[in-house]
Ligand binder design. Structure first.
Ligand code: PXL
Length: 283
């Protein structure tokens, strides 16, 4: 049967992040995807100035109440960028209204990168986001968000696999069974992800050659590929490797195309590969 997901992220009109990548990726993966926008911005907040920002908090619970009255089962409850720390409480309430025992709660904390909070994020966001993280089955923080969530200093480099495994174990001890940390780089020439599964205690780091630049929206693209793989029946490590390979390919194509990096990555061009890898349409 077709899987159903609810994606709760902002809409940045331009810049290929959050809902404008989550929806097309999940849809291409054959997942029936409903969306709840948390905020409306003209662009994302990295490498742009002068963007608009409308907090849609007053819409979240009325939307959830209506959706809940339809009695639908959601296979995944996928959260990303939230408009404010206060909105975390509303998303927790939406979780109680819309999830059942078998809903996969998949949380991308999406509040920081490169050692710093995103432009509009107040200092209280990590502690509030932690409350949502605790209720998740799977989380996808980058290294910066992992450090903020644990109230530990951010280490940009000079760490080893043991340090990353420790981060994953400490995050998992807070609640989520599966931790995928992005932006992990054990060697200067490589970048990749760490995958920890508390069930069985497995831990692996997967890496690709590092490509030069700062790539906006790639956390959202990676997380959406990862969830697509999981809902498509792949094991966590297989889904993470697929998501890493496809994200790397988006970045490579974008660099080859020469488009300014603030406009996001060319995820559209790898959707056929996602569809092929998951055998969508073949069932
Ligand atoms: O890609 C994460 C993201 C999502 N939404 C908004 C952002 C960012 C990162 O900067 O600014 C509005």
């Amino acid at each position: 049967m077709q899987k159903r997901a609810l994606a709760i992220h902002d809409i940045s009109c331009l810049g290929r992040c959050s809902l404008t990548v989550a929806l097309p990726i999940l849809s291409a993966a054959g997942i029936n995807t409903a969306v709840v926008p948390t905020a409306l911005l003209s662009t994302h907040t990295g490498e742009f100035t002068g963007y608009t920002h409308l907090d849609l908090s007053d819409q979240l619970l009325p939307i959830a109440a209506h959706l809940s009255s339809l009695g639908l089962h959601f296979d995944a409850f996928y959260t990303g960028y939230l408009a404010s720390p206060q909105q975390v409480e509303q998303v927790l309430q939406m979780r109680r209204m819309l999830c059942d025992d078998t809903t996969h709660v998949f949380v991308d904390p999406a509040f920081a990168d490169h050692g710093r909070l995103y432009s509009l994020m107040p200092a209280t966001m990590p502690a509030r986001m932690l409350e949502l993280v605790k209720t998740a089955h799977t989380i996808v923080p980058n290294l910066t968000e992992a450090a903020f969530l644990l109230s530990e200093p951010y280490r940009a480099q000079g760490y080893d696999a043991g340090y990353i495994r420790g981060l994953a174990e400490r995050l998992s001890a807070l609640g989520p069974e599966r931790i995928v940390i992005t932006d992990v780089s054990l060697e200067a020439a490589e970048a990749g992800v760490a995958v920890y599964n508390r069930a069985g205690g497995s831990f692996h780091i997967y890496a690709k050659p590092k490509l030069p630049g700062v790539f906006h929206g790639t956390g959202d693209v990676f997380a959406s590929f990862l969830l697509s793989g999981l809902l498509g029946g792949l094991a966590l490590d297989d889904a993470a490797q697929l998501a890493l390979r496809l994200t790397h390919e988006c970045i490579r194509l974008t660099l080859a195309g020469g488009e300014p990096l603030r406009y996001g990555v060319q995820f559209e061009r790898v959707l056929p590969e996602l569809i092929a890898a998951l055998g969508v349409g073949g069932q």
